[in-house]
Ligand binder design. Structure first.
Ligand code: NAG
Ligand code: NAG
Ligand code: NAG
Ligand code: NAG
Ligand code: NAG
Ligand code: NAG
Ligand code: NAG
Ligand code: NAG
Ligand code: NAG
Length: 608
């Protein structure tokens, strides 16, 4: 009886602590889906999961996952996979080892013979190998691509994902994303006055979704960013992850939901992530999703199954039997390796017009590509090294690029695919010209025919209304544009010009015109009323009033598009500030401006 009780007590005790402590000799098998090492309250578990997307034959990674299966917060050997006969072994020597079916060691914690007596997985997600008095190894100290709340990310630690890495630079507390260990494409200096004065900076993602830097020399933490669902919900895990597309993001996931949502990204415009499309790959957007293509059919994909691997010339330049030509890419920019600093006395930066930028490269044996900025600066970048990494093509980019290829020039793929509106616009413009030269009757017939056709094809109306809108735009009437068009026009609301009382204002390019896109927030009016108001505003025309060009009302997304005033806000010319010294207006000029404003107001109140 006593023996049975003892055995019962022992097994009770053992199973109670086995949830927290894992003893040497324990093994997880990739083939057994039921096996896992759990944290005490089951918030996290360590087990094998199939590699996504599934491979054939199947392969598995040993990972710590949040309740519900998502997100993965750590994996043995940072994503190293084994076949279905693989296992994760906690050896009696004290090391944790990922072993392939063949018996080959894929990853090892390197802790054998260091006195490790047990392992445990905490409710914070930290996998710890302990010698009874101290921690010999922990997953928090050896992060893979993710950090979680309570984890300290310090100088010397690195998050890795493919060729990309993320780290905090020594004592400056600034955060850097880099490609292949050499090219930094994102650098966040948290506070320039902290330069070098930090002793032990720590980056943390707080449970509420605040990403912040802490240091003994700081009285309060410095905030890097907030997740968009900051402090919402009660049982939500928020993590910071370096994704394999080179972007650093905050995700949130509710317990047990099995799903995660992006709440912040370091680089809003994915096409700006260095090397995203690989060598000679050109990044652009299709339905707001970044896609990678080759510059033209003079190129082919290195891996047809993975368009992010980049492209190569079908005929290399040194093997070219025909004529070497320059392939023209409109609205395109090519990043270089390493990036050429703008405004530097660099031999690869010339100040010449567009056609010379092309000819200069064609005439030079060492040049492989060039980019001419069409923004009035006349800057021409010459790429003299044949390892051009990724380009970016977007209707809003004011630049033209040229790539040297072995002729004859093969056609480019349609540059912006279905989302590109201005391409078809040429066709429609031609129709319009014919019609205007023809009879008004024909014009009306076309208009009403088009209208009827649109009505019958309601499903496709949204895309087409874009074309139609651009036609109207050309005739200077107010147009309605879609959110997607605005997103493209502003390259993902990237360049913020300032903030007004109702929301932010962004720079954009719509139908080759520079515009200011103004966001409307917190306006209670219904769409119908708002449309009527906008129509009323648009009918005003006065030299002293900024012209309203277009609008977008899609649910809560409300934007007004105005003509762009190059000089910026007037206050910069009225009040003294650091960057505007010497540019202040004299009193005569101020008087004239005041008069102009008064005329504008008079027009609004009395005349229009
Ligand atoms: C896993 O659990 C299921 C049901 O709980 C059981 O039918 C199956 O045999 C188990 N598999 C292994 C490999 O133990
Ligand atoms: C694991 O074994 C499989 C075949 O059993 C092999 O294809 C794979 O390359 C091995 N992986 C490693 C990392 O050794
Ligand atoms: C599990 O433990 C963690 C950390 O102690 C705590 O934040 C969480 O609320 C607990 N969850 C449950 C379901 O008890
Ligand atoms: C246990 O590990 C800690 C941290 O590595 C170390 O300081 C301590 O001396 C070790 N204790 C024993 C008994 O080995
Ligand atoms: C993180 O650092 C703080 C001190 O800044 C420390 O109190 C805490 O225990 C550390 N957390 C972990 C998991 O090491
Ligand atoms: C990354 O850098 C290494 C040398 O540091 C170089 O050999 C390798 O080719 C680079 N990778 C790519 C894709 O350029
Ligand atoms: C930067 O740090 C200094 C000193 O800690 C502090 O006074 C200042 O307010 C900080 N600036 C910002 C923008 O956080
Ligand atoms: C920051 O430190 C660097 C080198 O340590 C120095 O060149 C730079 O002037 C410093 N900047 C500020 C704002 O203190
Ligand atoms: C940072 O703190 C340490 C100790 O708290 C102190 O010795 C050092 O002078 C401080 N450094 C600065 C730049 O304030």
């Amino acid at each position: 009886m006593r023996l049975i009780l003892q055995a019962l007590l022992h097994s009770l005790f053992f199973s109670a602590i086995s949830a927290a402590a894992i003893s040497p000799g324990s093994t997880l098998f990739a083939s057994n889906k039921n096996q896992s090492w759990l944290s005490p309250n089951k918030t996290f578990s360590l087990h094998f999961i199939p590699v996504q997307p599934p491979t054939s034959p199947p392969s598995f990674i040993a990972a710590i996952v949040f309740s519900g299966g998502v997100p993965i917060i750590w994996s043995a050997g940072n994503g190293a996979s084994v076949d279905e006969f693989g296992s994760l072994q906690f050896l009696s020597t004290g090391s944790l080892r990922l072993v392939n079916g063949s018996g080959a060691t894929v990853w090892d914690s390197g802790t054998s013979n260091m006195g490790v007596s047990f392992a445990s997985l905490g409710d914070d997600g930290n996998l710890v190998l302990s010698n009874g008095t101290g921690i010999v190894f922990s997953s928090f100290e050896n992060p893979t691509d993710t950090i979680v709340p309570y984890q300290n990310f310090t100088v010397g630690k690195v998050l890795k994902s493919g060729l990309y890495s993320f780290k905090m630079q020594s004592n400056l507390g600034n955060l850097v994303l880099s490609w292949n260990g050499s090219v930094s494409y994102w650098d966040k200096r948290v506070n320039s006055s902290l330069n070098g004065s930090l002793t032990w900076p720590v980056l943390r993602i707080q449970q509420t979704g605040v990403l912040s830097i802490h240091d003994p020399n700081l009285t309060s933490s410095t905030i890097v960013s907030y997740s968009s669902d900051h402090a919402e919900g009660s049982d939500v895990l928020r993590i910071l992850r370096l994704d394999n597309d080179g972007n650093l993001r905050i995700y949130s996931s509710s317990r047990g939901s099995g799903s995660e949502t992006i709440r912040w990204a370091a680089i809003e415009d994915q096409c700006e992530v260095f090397g995203y499309c690989g060598k000679y790959g050109i990044c652009s957007y299709k339905n707001l999703i970044p896609i990678c293509k080759c510059p033209s059919q003079n190129f082919e994909m290195i891996d047809p199954n993975d368009n992010r691997k980049g492209c190569k010339r079908i005929v290399e330049l040194e093997n070219c039997q025909g004529k070497i030509e320059m392939l023209q890419l409109d609205h395109a920019l090519i990043f270089s390796y390493p990036p050429i600093p703008i405004f530097s006395a660099n031999p690869e930066v010339l100040y010449i017009p567009n056609h010379a930028c092309r000819a200069n490269c064609l005439g030079s044996d060492s040049c492989f590509a060039s980019t001419s900025l069409s923004d009035g600066t006349g800057i021409c970048y010459i790429k003299n090294v044949d390892d051009l990494i990724s380009g970016y093509q977007n209707a809003a980019l004011l630049s033209t690029s040229y790539v040297k290829v072995c002729g004859p020039l093969a056609p480019n793929p349609p540059p912006f695919l279905e989302t590109r509106k201005c391409n078809d616009w040429g066709k429609h413009a031609w129709i319009i010209v014919v019609l205007v030269l023809g009879t008004i009757l024909a014009f009306i017939a076309f208009e009403s025919g088009f209208w009827l056709w649109c009505r019958r094809n309601r499903m496709r109306l949204r895309g087409l209304s874009g074309h139609y809108a651009l036609l109207e735009y050309a005739s200077s009437a107010l147009v309605q544009v879609s959110y997607e068009e605005l997103y493209q026009a502003t390259m993902g609301f990237r360049e913020k010009l300032g903030a007004g009382p109702f929301g932010a204002v962004y720079r954009g390019v719509l139908a080759d015109t520079i515009v200011a896109v103004k966001q409307l927030e917190g306006i209670e009016q219904g769409e119908r009323q708002l449309t009527m108001d906008v129509a009323a505003i648009s009918s005003t025309h006065h030299v002293n009033l900024v012209k309203l060009i277009a609008f977008c009302f899609e649910g809560h997304r409300r934007y007004l598009v105005y003509e762009f005033i190059r000089e910026g806000s007037l206050d910069r010319f009225l009040f003294e500030s650091e960057d505007q010294q010497g540019k202040l207006l004299n009193w005569e000029c101020r008087f004239n401006i005041a008069l102009g404003i008064a005329r504008g107001i008079l027009y609004l109140h009395e005349e229009c």
